[in-house]
Each structure stands twice: as structure tokens, then as C-alpha cells.
Design a protein around this ligand. Structure first.
Ligand code: PMP
Length: 287
């Protein structure tokens, strides 16, 4: 696996950053994960736009122009010896320049951002898992007011995901003030009475690239849908619950807090959306 760190390509195992990097000390940075199918980055413009949104959110200047990002990414993708990739991009506020305080919460007057990109083989869900669906648990969303920033400081998400794993489940579905926000590392959709419901983008969730694709596909295929707040009662009474992300794609949640969701198998709307999504991927890759 070949990585890019601060201007140079090198084997991932040899990539090193300083312990004084603000990403290490403060979690002061942002990231993106871009799926790459057959060596083509999926929805790259959208990922780069979200990266810019995250950088703006932490007041860090983008170290590269969009064209340079595209060039770097196509170069990095070409250097791997596997076709389907999961591309990780991280930018931190870097190491304070000589003479600056080593550890001050406030931004250093001068620091060069650290840019780190690598690709690993893309692992999507196994067909058997997709056919069976997964279980999830719920929890109160413990996070801050800027969940729309894809920040590397993921401690709350880490604890939430571990809570799911401890319960033998795949995801924790988070609720804030009685309403669905998202999963620890996914967006959550529900289907109620044939209507697909998605919580509206807000500072309380990360608007997934997959989330946007799902809503585009719902519109394109005339699948009844609405973007509006989803209450805890609606979540618990849903016929279908899905988690979506770039790597999980559309994954049905068939048990929530030990209760069966719908018929306890991936529902008809999930299966239809997954078929649309797979077709969309093929069309985009062929274009
Ligand atoms: N919310 C959170 C908190 C996430 O970590 C992710 C996965 N990156 C998502 C939503 C889904 O985003 P995407 O569809 O872009 O992978």
C-alpha cells in the first residue's frame, strides 16, 4: 500500500508524523473516505466539496486546489496493486513552526498542515451479510454541535460504535432530543408505510455522500420519500431501517435493541434501493 505524506509517495508502513502534530495532540484535523471502484474514484467532486466544508468548519485553509487533489488521487490510485480501493484523506493543522508554543489549544501563528492520503483494498459487505441484514442498538447522541464537520476527533463515534460491537451488533443508532440523528459511522434511513424517510441535513449529522445518492435515486425511480425529522417512535415502529455509508452502502438493520424490525429480513424498499445503487455505480463507472 502506497501512501502520500507531505508531498511524497512512500510505502504506508514507512509513513511517520511528528508527535507534535496537532492531529495527534488535539484531534485538530479533518478527513474523507472515498470509495474507488475499478480504479475510479466514486463521487470525487462531492467528496472534495465535503472536505472543503470540513476545512472551512475548522478554519483551516485547503492546502491544495481541487485540480491538484484530483491529480494526486489519480496518481495514488494508479500506484496501488488492487483495483477497488478505500481512499483515506486526512489534513491536520500540522506542527507549530519553530519558536511557536509546542502545545497551545489556540491555532499556532504559523504551521504547515499535514496532508496524508493512503488507499487500502475496499471491503464492502459480504453478500450473505447483506442478504441477512444486521442488528443495531440505540443510544443518546453524546456529540457536539458540529457533526457536519468530518473531524478526526472521533472519540464519541468510537465509543458509540464499540457499544454496538459489545452488544454483538453492527451499529449504534443515535437519538438527540427524541429524534434520529445518524449512526456512529453511517446515516440512517427508515421506511414507514412505504414512505422512505431521511432526517434533514443539520449540524447534528454528517450528510453522507451515500445519503445524497440514495435520495437522488429515490427521486429518479419515483420511490416515495420525504426528508424530515424522524422521531424515536417512528424509528421504533419502522417497517425498515437502513444504515448507509460509502463502504457499507445500503445495509438493512433487521433488529433494533433486540426487537425485530419489519419482517426481520431486509425489506422490499431496501432491496430495490440496493439494486438501483448497484446499477448507478455500474453506470457511473462505465461513463
Ligand atoms: N455519518 C458518519 C458519522 C460517518 O462516519 C459516515 C461515514 N463516513 C457517514 C455518516 C456516511 O457518510 P458517507 O456516505 O459519505 O460514507
Amino acid at each position: 500500500m502506497i501512501a502520500w505524506l507531505d508531498g511524497a509517495f512512500l510505502p504506508l508502513a514507512e509513513a511517520r508524523v511528528s508527535v507534535l502534530d496537532r492531529g495527534f495532540l488535539f484531534g485538530d484535523g479533518v478527513y474523507e473516505i472515498v470509495p474507488v471502484y475499478s480504479r475510479r474514484a466514486f463521487r470525487l467532486d462531492e467528496h472534495l466539496r465535503r472536505l472543503q466544508h470540513s476545512l472551512d468548519g475548522i478554519r483551516l485553509a485547503n492546502p491544495m486546489a481541487p485540480g491538484d487533489w484530483r491529480g494526486l488521487i489519480s496518481d495514488l490510485v494508479a500506484r496501488q496493486d488492487f483495483d477497488d480501493q478505500s481512499l483515506y484523506i486526512q489534513i491536520t493543522r500540522g506542527v507549530p513552526a519553530e519558536g511557536q508554543p509546542l502545545r497551545d489549544h489556540a491555532f499556532p501563528a504559523a504551521a504547515r498542515p499535514t496532508v496524508f492520503v493512503y488507499a487500502q483494498p475496499l471491503r464492502t459487505a459480504a453478500p450473505e451479510q447483506k442478504a441477512a441484514g444486521v442488528c443495531a442498538v440505540t443510544a443518546t447522541d453524546p456529540r457536539w454541535q458540529h457533526c457536519d464537520i468530518k473531524a478526526i476527533s472521533l472519540l464519541a463515534n468510537v465509543l458509540m460504535r464499540q457499544q454496538a460491537v459489545d452488544a454483538g451488533c453492527a451499529e449504534t443508532v443515535m437519538l438527540r432530543d427524541g429524534f434520529l440523528t445518524e449512526g456512529a459511522a453511517s446515516n440512517i434511513f427508515v421506511v414507514a408505510g412505504g414512505l422512505l424517510l431521511a432526517p434533514p441535513p443539520s449540524p447534528h449529522m454528517l450528510t453522507g455522500i451515500t445519503y445524497d445518492v440514495v435520495l437522488e435515486l429515490a427521486a429518479a425511480h419515483a420511490i416515495p420519500h420525504a426528508v424530515r425529522p424522524v422521531s424515536e417512535a417512528e424509528l421504533r415502529a419502522a417497517d425498515e431501517i437502513w444504515m448507509t455509508s460509502s463502504t457499507r452502502e445500503i445495509m438493512a438493520v433487521v433488529r433494533l435493541d433486540g426487537e425485530t424490525v419489519g419482517a426481520g429480513v431486509p425489506g422490499p424498499v431496501a432491496r430495490r434501493m440496493d439494486a438501483c445503487y448497484q446499477q448507478f455505480k455500474r453506470d457511473v463507472m462505465r461513463a
